[in-house]
Design a protein around this ligand. Structure first.
Ligand SMILES: Cc1ncc(COP(=O)(O)O)c(C=O)c1O
Length: 390
């Protein structure tokens, strides 16, 4: 099945490809993943928020946005913010990490230099501690703005954010004192540790429940001790991909961030995500094929029987696994190369120069920006989509 698929893709690339490494999106699989997400969200009280760094291509985001009927995005990189604002007029953007105040200043500076009136867009700046909130307050006063502030809470990942109630109250107090410049827009608690902890330490069910309890404790403090900051439309964001299914079953959040699951690179090959398909490949042309690998200085090995031939490909050393031809792999002694990587291919495989090898990225966020274009592959046709490279 996999062989037939990649042989067909090879034929299509030979006719329409660029003869250079290409990043391929299987559009049918992407749609199937979107449909799966849609069906799971249908019964949950959660609004979908697309993680831009994991889907860093405006057309990829556009397809997902239309299918899931959402213009909610989570942004991690300042240039992505401007790209989104010009494309999605109703965008509701939550920053996924606390931006240095200098970056926020740059953003508002550029927008006023361009003399663009601030769009009615909703940007929620993520704040993790008091010092940063004070910096943002000063900036809001300087630019005569009221900034939407979303507070990062530590629900067990221990990547910073609010980690105890006193710290939380101090942040809320400062917001309460400056209603003209700061407005609380919600909370964000990322639970990536849930699926990553070794099961012997804690089961994913248990660590999910604990992270949810922590989240709920902060919500309760907010509602009971700061009722004037509590509003019906606060954004309680959680996620992302590894806990997508758990949130859909039961969640204290009302806003769920995810991105990678829609492309399912190898790092997301998890039991809980078995209903999703990998939709992203790297295709790299084979430049040369030698009957077997020859290791400089170890020519003595040449006389041994060989199970693999040695192909040299265009490019290499991506954060990706070789997946076709099956059982292909880099050589442990020859080493990796980003220019012309040697790949060992089982001897019986009928491949030749100008054929392609295929790799499955480990992550989409690391790999997409390495390519200027993503090629949407659908019914034998390849269509180029620009990626967000900056
Ligand atoms: C704050 C936050 N939320 C959600 C996500 C989930 O993104 P993805 O679903 O692409 O893994 C991430 C990923 O880094 C994140 O940092």
């Amino acid at each position: 099945m996999q062989a037939v698929y990649f042989q067909q893709l090879t034929q299509d690339l030979k006719q329409q490809g660029t003869g250079t490494p290409q990043l391929i999106l299987d559009l049918a699989r992407y749609h199937a993943n979107l449909e799966m997400v849609q069906s799971k969200l249908a019964t949950a009280q959660l609004k979908p928020r697309l993680v831009v760094k994991s889907l860093a291509c405006m057309q990829l985001l556009q397809v997902a946005s239309e299918k899931l009927k959402t213009e909610r995005f989570m942004v991690f990189h300042l240039p992505h913010l401007s790209d989104l604002l010009s494309r999605f007029k109703q965008a509701d953007i939550l920053l996924g990490k606390p931006m240095p105040v200098q970056a926020v200043q740059q953003f508002y500076q550029n927008r006023s230099d361009l003399n663009v009136s601030y769009p009615p867009t909703h940007i929620q700046w993520l704040v993790d501690d008091l010092e940063r909130l004070q910096q943002y307050l000063q900036l809001a006063q300087q630019f005569k703005l009221c900034l939407n502030i979303n507070l990062e809470i530590d629900v067990g990942l221990h990547r910073g954010g609010v980690s105890h109630p006193e710290q939380f109250s101090a942040l809320l107090e400062l917001i309460r004192q400056h209603p003209n410049f700061l407005q609380l827009s919600g909370l964000m608690g990322y639970d990536a540790h849930v699926a990553k902890l070794p099961k012997v330490l804690k089961s994913p069910e248990k660590s999910y429940q604990q992270s949810q309890q922590t989240y709920q404790r902060y919500k309760t403090i907010l509602q009971q001790q700061f009722p004037e900051l509590w509003q019906a439309d606060l954004c309680f964001n959680g996620g992302g991909s590894p806990t997508f299914m758990q949130h859909c079953q039961q969640s204290v959040c009302n806003d769920l961030a995810f991105g990678s699951v829609l492309l399912k690179p190898r790092d997301f090959e998890l039991d809980l995500l078995s209903a999703f398909h990998c939709a992203l490949w790297i295709a790299a042309p084979i430049l040369k094929i030698l009957p077997y690998s020859q290791i400089p200085g170890l020519e003595v090995l040449n006389r041994l029987p060989h199970r693999y031939k040695a192909a040299f490909i265009y490019g290499g050393y991506w954060q990706a696994d070789y997946i076709y031809p099956e059982k292909s792999q880099p050589h442990a002694l020859y080493g990796r190369s980003s220019n012309q990587e040697m790949v060992q291919i089982p001897k019986h495989c009928a491949v030749s120069t100008d054929d392609y090898v295929f790799l499955r990225p480990l992550q989409s966020e690391a790999v997409i920006p390495q390519f200027a274009r993503l090629y949407a592959y659908h019914e034998g046709r390849l269509t180029a989509w620009e990626t967000c490279r900056e």
